[in-house]
Design a protein around this ligand. Structure first.
Ligand code: ASP
Ligand code: MG
Length: 445
């Protein structure tokens, strides 16, 4: 059985969290474990980039010192191994030289930034390998560099994986007979010229899924600090509870519509290889957690509710749309050209309404281009409330129940029918939580 496990930053917070996670790797008999940077370190590395670009060398030194102390401290509390200490020192020397270079230049390319932020995972994985050796002495633990395997394009900061190369590298590198427990880094990869790349913030989940696909794993485990995916954000509804199982499609909609628990691309590789994904808490490994699978046995009408805040609604209106064709095509071409994703779309004979992240309103080129097609009206301050389930298209009376539950809410846009797994409502930001509470009360609590 091939198990790929990923531990996030909160599971790498300090030596105790690392040892707790190592117990899990051992218990699950993880074949490959990928880890995130220690909690908060990626943010600190980004700050380090800012400080060095800004010419603040003293601040840079302070930040480097803080990061260094924390990692050496963890090592001392684990094996204190001298060779690992040497490797940490080498990494810190490199990091300092790079920081100095950026400081002297006063600028930092995306390419250099990826190299800078890659240190978080490179440091934490070395320490985690020590924690695993302590916890699992009978196993041969091998630390490896994920960049050798996770080949990507050169889109620094948000690189795209090259699947067939990843597979080839996985086949060539890993010995999967269970004799070795591998420890590597989430988030980082390398391009064809072997320059370091990253998959974008929170990308370790996605890395783990790509490795799972590459080795055709039987299970992908994502260990975080909450015991699975909740029916909705517990900060909004305190009766929110963990979901036992959910289909790929539903979980995909959830990740897309704002549930922060998984990086939104994570399920794509898992779905391609039909690998079941488990999400659990490394702080409470005995709790049930959530299984994400192709097919599920529990099929409640509504399984979960997600929210995506700060949405805008763009309406493009033209009398020319009457009896004509190609209007929508041109609209979507403009969104494609500007690399902007749209969430919900609704059309009438003479207008099209589109919801998208509010930040896109700042894209003047987008608005100018759309204005050539018709009169553009933009409104901001909305949230997209996404009701997720499996059976929504087959349930007479569902609309009545939804709208009765939220009769005081002003719904600005509705989307149903495109996917069998969600029913989206666009409401103002300040009515979103109330909408979720009422729907959760009606269908889930
Ligand atoms: N360490 C990276 C980040 O904080 C990747 C991850 O944690 O998934 O974004
Ligand atoms: Mg993370």
């Amino acid at each position: 059985m091939i198990v790929v496990s990923k531990f996030g930053g909160s599971s790498m917070k300090d030596h105790e969290a690392m040892l707790r996670s190592a117990q899990i790797s051992k218990k699950q008999n993880s074949t490959i474990t990928l880890v995130s940077a220690t909690y908060g370190t990626t943010d600190q590395l980004h700050e380090l980039v800012e400080l060095s670009v800004g010419g603040k060398w003293n601040e840079c030194e302070k930040k480097l010192f803080t990061i260094r102390e924390r990692h050496f401290d963890i090592l001392q509390n684990l094996t204190g191994d001298q060779l690992v200490g040497e490797r940490l020192r080498e990494l810190f020397n490199n990091l300092e030289t790079l920081t100095r270079g950026i400081f002297l230049l006063g600028e930092c390319s995306e390419k250099a930034k990826d190299r800078m932020v890659s240190f978080g995972e490179r440091l934490s994985s070395l320490l985690y390998a020590e924690a695993l050796k302590m916890t699992w002495p009978e196993k041969s633990v091998e630390h490896f560099d994920s960049r050798r395997i996770l080949k990507t394009n050169s889109q620094y900061g948000k690189a795209k994986p090259q699947l067939s190369k990843i597979r080839t590298q996985c086949e060539a590198f890993f010995k999967l007979d269970g004799s070795i427990a591998y420890v590597g880094q989430g988030y980082i990869g390398s391009d064809d010229d072997d320059f370091t790349t990253t998959l974008g913030r929170g990308g370790s989940d996605y890395s783990a899924a790509l490795f799972a696909e590459g080795v055709k794993a039987d299970v992908l485990e994502i260990w975080t600090d909450v015991a699975g995916i909740a029916t909705t954000d517990p900060r909004i509804v305190n009766q929110a509870r963990p979901i036992n199982e959910i289909s790929y499609d539903e979980a995909g909609e959830m990740a897309q519509y704002g549930a922060k628990i998984l990086h939104s691309s994570t399920l794509v590789p898992a779905m391609r290889e039909k690998i079941p994904v488990f999400v659990g808490s490394s702080y409470a490994a005995e709790e049930r957690g959530t299984w994400i699978r192709e097919s599920v046995t529990e099929k409640p009408l509504i399984r979960a509710i997600a929210k995506r805040s700060n949405q805008a609604l763009l309406t493009i209106r033209t009398p020319k749309m009457m009896n004509s064709f190609g209007f929508m095509g041109r609209i979507f071409d403009i969104f494609t050209e500007n690399e902007i994703s749209v969430d919900c779309v609704s059309t009438s004979e003479i207008s099209v309404a589109i919801s998208t992240d509010e930040i896109n309103l700042k894209n003047t080129r987008l608005i100018e281009q759309l204005s050539k097609l018709g009169e553009v009206n933009s409104e901001a301050g909305f949230s997209l409330v996404s009701i997720i389930g499996n059976e929504m298209l087959h349930q007479p009376g569902l609309g009545k129940r939804i709208f009765s539950a939220i009769e005081d809410v002003n719904v600005r846009l509705v989307c149903l029918g495109a996917s069998a797994f969600n029913f989206n409502l666009l409401v103002s930001n300040d009515q979103a939580d109330e909408t979720i509470k009422k729907l959760h009360g009606e269908f889930i609590s």
